[in-house]
Design a protein around this ligand. Structure first.
Ligand SMILES: Cc1cc2nc3c(=O)[nH]c(=O)nc-3n(C[C@H](O)[C@H](O)[C@H](O)COP(=O)(O)O)c2cc1C
Ligand code: SF4
Ligand code: SF4
Length: 300
């Protein structure tokens, strides 16, 4: 994705030449010149830091940037300064977000789903590329339809790898991929396929909606960007009394199968970085999340 090569417009009548925008710009796009703030010709990444440090409203992006709009909950803009949110509240909030694997049979309003996307895009992204797209399956029927398509995909894959000649014969072309799949996933997928044939939804757990985050792979770190955007959605979902769950099996299947991408209308050149199921949770957690011990390497 090409970076913009021009900078913001400076409204000279409002500019006091305080120089804050010049100092904050991460790309050296702005410079103080004799006539006021000018642009250097360096690439602008549209991060809007210059705009956000200007106290005088002297920076304009001519419609290239917009404020997010939320329609499913009251929202009043307010800058939360560093240190001005109770850290314990934030930690408890993050520890209360859990992967939901039981959903009520209750639809999620479409405007709520669109608000999740609207919050996703506030995530950071490498070089501010924001190169992400969102495919929203807004109803239980659509999610279940995809579950069945993915079930067909895995049934085919399991039938294939069951044959040792196929999984070992594919090593020169696919490496150990099929062998590993057989070792690590075959049995659990087979169990889920049985449940699926019984009319259950072991993939999406009966979720009322699904949001896929995908991109054409341009940008410096599209996979990370999409993951942060997805995590944002799970946090807002929790604030909106919704449950959520990342469904890695779904993104893997869609990335492997052109048929699934066509079913979803996702371009072949795109990679699905995350599939997140949403719905009203049919489970209540009374305790906060616990984590395994982990290594911290503090260098002096
Ligand atoms: C990239 C990614 C893929 C995941 N895929 C699945 C999945 O396919 N099915 C599932 O039940 N949980 C999935 N999860 C959820 C994890 O299992 C879960 O986050 C982890 O067990 C910790 O639990 P918590 O989210 O409740 O704290 C996934 C999580 C991530 C980050
Ligand atoms: S921060 Fe605003 S007022 Fe200060 S120099 Fe930049 S445009 Fe002018
Ligand atoms: S938007 Fe960001 S990169 Fe562009 S001029 Fe402003 S601070 Fe610099």
């Amino acid at each position: 994705m090409a970076l913009r090569t021009f900078g913001p417009d400076i409204i000279t009548e409002k500019c006091t030449r305080c120089g804050r925008c010049v100092k904050v710009c991460p790309r050296g796009v702005l410079a103080m010149a004799a006539g006021g703030v000018g642009t250097t010709g360096e690439e602008c990444i549209l991060c809007a830091h210059c705009h956000d440090v200007c106290k005088f409203g002297a920076i304009d992006f001519q419609g290239a940037l917009r404020k997010p709009v939320y329609k499913s909950f009251p929202y009043k803009e307010r800058v939360v300064k560093p240190g001005k949110i109770e850290p314990g509240l934030l930690v408890n909030f993050a520890r209360s977000r859990r992967s939901t694997r039981r959903f009520m049979d209750k639809p999620v309003p479409q405007r709520t789903l669109l608000d999740l996307v609207e919050f996703a895009i506030t995530a950071p992204s490498g070089s501010n590329t924001q190169n992400w797209q969102y495919t929203v399956l807004p109803t239980r029927e659509r999610v279940y339809g995809l579950a069945q398509e993915i079930g067909n995909f895995f049934a085919g894959l399991n039938a294939l790898v069951r044959n040792p000649l196929v999984r070992w014969g594919a090593v020169p072309f696919l490496g150990m991929k099929l062998v590993r799949y057989y070792r690590n996933n075959y049995e659990s997928v087979a169990r889920r396929l049985v449940e699926s044939n019984q009319g259950k939804d072991p993939l999406f757990y009966g979720a009322a909606a699904l949001i896929l985050v995908h991109s054409d792979g341009e940008g410096s770190m599209p996979h990370f960007d999409a993951q942060y955007a997805s995590y944002n959605m799970t946090l807002l979902a929790h604030a909106l009394a919704l449950g959520s769950c990342f469904i890695g099996y779904a993104s893997e299947a869609i990335n492997t199968s052109g048929k699934l991408r066509r079913y979803l209308g996702i371009p072949d050149a795109h990679r699905v970085h995350a599939a997140v199921a949403f719905g009203y949770p049919d489970v209540e957690f009374y305790n906060l999340s616990l984590r395994k011990p982990h290594a911290v390497h503090l260098k002096d």
